[in-house]
Design a protein around this ligand. Structure first.
Ligand code: FE2
Ligand code: FE2
Length: 167
């Protein structure tokens, strides 16, 4: 990785880079969810965040399993995208007093996180398959299903009660 060579040379390298990126992201999400759980007022929202925190911890473990399957040390690379999404969510949270508006704001921030994760896991599934790692693709698909379900649940909570109470 000197002056004359770039670190990502192949799809294998890009696959590993993307894995490190999402590993960093999942760990940042684990750190961010407790404050959202604490601040949520709607009980369905609170419990959805709680469920997703424990799912996210399991997703971190899954990623560690993939690193192991690839013979690599679990390691993250700073993901500017997730840092930006989480910073923005925190900023919005600190700017809201009304509890119901805060719930709506947290759902909005959390869905941005879920959509980010959905793009990353979608890419990882495709890369893994292309590289002949169906074993890894299967693991990413389990997490992808959880992210999509979380996104769906958050939409239902927002449209079911939170946005109405916030309005
Ligand atoms: Fe996740
Ligand atoms: Fe997620």
């Amino acid at each position: 990785m000197g002056l004359f060579s770039k670190p990502i040379k192949s799809l294998d390298d890009l696959f590993l880079h993307t894995l490190k990126d999402i590993y960093y992201a999942e760990n940042q999400i684990v750190k961010s969810l407790p404050a959202m759980i604490e601040k949520a007022t709607d009980p369905t929202l609170k419990s959805a965040f709680q469920t997703h925190l424990s799912e996210t911890k399991g997703q971190v473990t899954r990623l560690e399993r993939v690193f192991q399957m690839l013979g690599e040390e679990p390691k993250g690379v700073t993901c500017a995208a997730i840092d930006g999404i989480l910073d923005e969510a925190k900023e919005v949270m600190s700017d809201i007093d009304d509890k119901m508006v805060l719930d709506a704001g947290m759902i909005s921030g959390a869905q941005a996180v879920e959509h980010y994760e959905i793009t990353r896991y979608g890419t990882l599934v495709a890369f893994a398959r292309r590289l002949g790692r169906e074993d890894c693709a299967k693991i990413f698909e389990e997490t992808l299903a959880e992210e999509k379900e979380t996104d769906r649940k958050l939409t239902a909570i927002a449209q079911g009660q939170v946005n109405r109470k916030a309005a």
